[in-house]
Design a protein around this ligand. Sequence first.
Ligand code: SF4
Length: 526
Amino acid sequence: MSADTRLPIALVAQHAYCPRCAWLEAHGDTVDVAQIAEGKEAHVAVDDPSTGRSKRLTSVGLQSERLGVTGRCDVVEIGDGGAVTLVEHKATPVRRKLPVSLRTQVQLALQAMCLEEMGYEVAGAEIWNATLRRRVEVRLDNDLRDLALEHLEACRAVVMSPEPPPPLEDDPRCYRCSHVSICLPDEHLGRSPARRISATDPAGHVLHLTTPGAKARFRAGRIEVFTPEADDPQRVPIEQVIGVVAHGNADMSSAVIREVLTRGFPIVWCTWNGRVVGWATPAEGPNGDVRRYQYSVDDERRTDVARRIVSAKITNQAAFLRRHAAPERESLLSLAEAAKTAPSVDTALGIEGRAAVIYFQGLSAALKQPWARFERRSGRPAGDAGNACLNLLYALLLSDALRAVAACGLDPAGGVLHSPVRNKPALALDLMEEFRPVIADSAFVWAVNNGELRESDFRSDLGTPRLIDRGRKALISAYERRVMTEFRHPRFGYRVSWRRAMEIQARLLLAFFRRELSTYHPILLR
Ligand code: SF4
């Protein structure tokens, strides 16, 4: 058995818990949530082989040529006669009784078989619980060994498969599963989860480097941002950062880049007026096999999803205008209806264009400040102050969509509605459509109508309005508040931030590409 086909014992143990969990882990969908952090904490004392004594070895590497596995024991105690006892450290929070889960039993049985193949006599196995500070014995009988071998073979078949096993249904394991926020078992069934939704880091923030000439460096677990106008840097703990966006000529050290990418988060670079010019994503992440599915979507499925995205975008535009008492709602709703049966992607795009003309008139009318109103959406270069604001806000939304798409291992360029042949992050553009009115446009109207953005926040360069530094900061701050606002998810019923909702929608797109879902359901507001 070659080295790269050997299975980690920990993965086989995951399989004993749930085969889908093992598949997600093997295909790069790893998580780092509180449970896992606690587990790591419990292992700190035994993770360093140099801390072992002659009769008590820590962090012992294992492998078995016969079984095709590799692994690591927390502790191996050597008895006087030379027989060894395995001790596995756990941090499972328990009150009195110490449970021994199937996955731990499978893990210990495989570790014991490895040690035997390496020439040791295994006298027994125990679990040390860091919460109770107690040991419990695990019997390594033949039945357990046979069961471990069955899981090993089943796990090998599961991880070699290009498709994941289906999620469990109504199973209590999902409540305790560390992968629940990326597996989304109830969401796959299209129903509201009984569990509370959990995110990898629900309080995480995207760090925007907005001040011209700002420089960020990494020091003592924090990102320090130096700006030309302040003597002291602003300091942000790295644990709170789930992505960085550098605007204009803001700079960051390679230590910041390395640390953010190592933690699994992306970095996006924009021009000072918000055009996305590039991004960096971590090297480790979900395997590229999801992209095979992404690229092989046939025309029928592509048209179906394109129709849904366009219809949802127009429906959400109508819902947004209704909240601002704009009269365009009915004509938008009839276009949303027409988009549902568009015969082709191009027809759907045509309907989207017609809706945009109506919608942006309504959006402009919802603005209380005359200087912010505009005739029509003009893109780049912005013809007026309103369009300059929308350009920046859509770029911020695109950065978030890129982050969500890249976190699933999807190719940001492989779009469904937007053409993948125009050198654009087409899939990220697809994902952001349903969110444009409810995040970006909403932040714009809020910032203008509440006086956070003023006419004096713009200057004119040869007739083209440009946001000055204060205005850009005000708009970015309005965007960040909006994207972190929680709402009740209309399909799943739980409360979730708009940023997290974008990640969930990206995972539903992933499930559609993998054919776990027959179609994609965008968020629809009423
Ligand atoms: S959430 Fe449930 S179905 Fe998904 S990996 Fe975890 S245990 Fe398995």
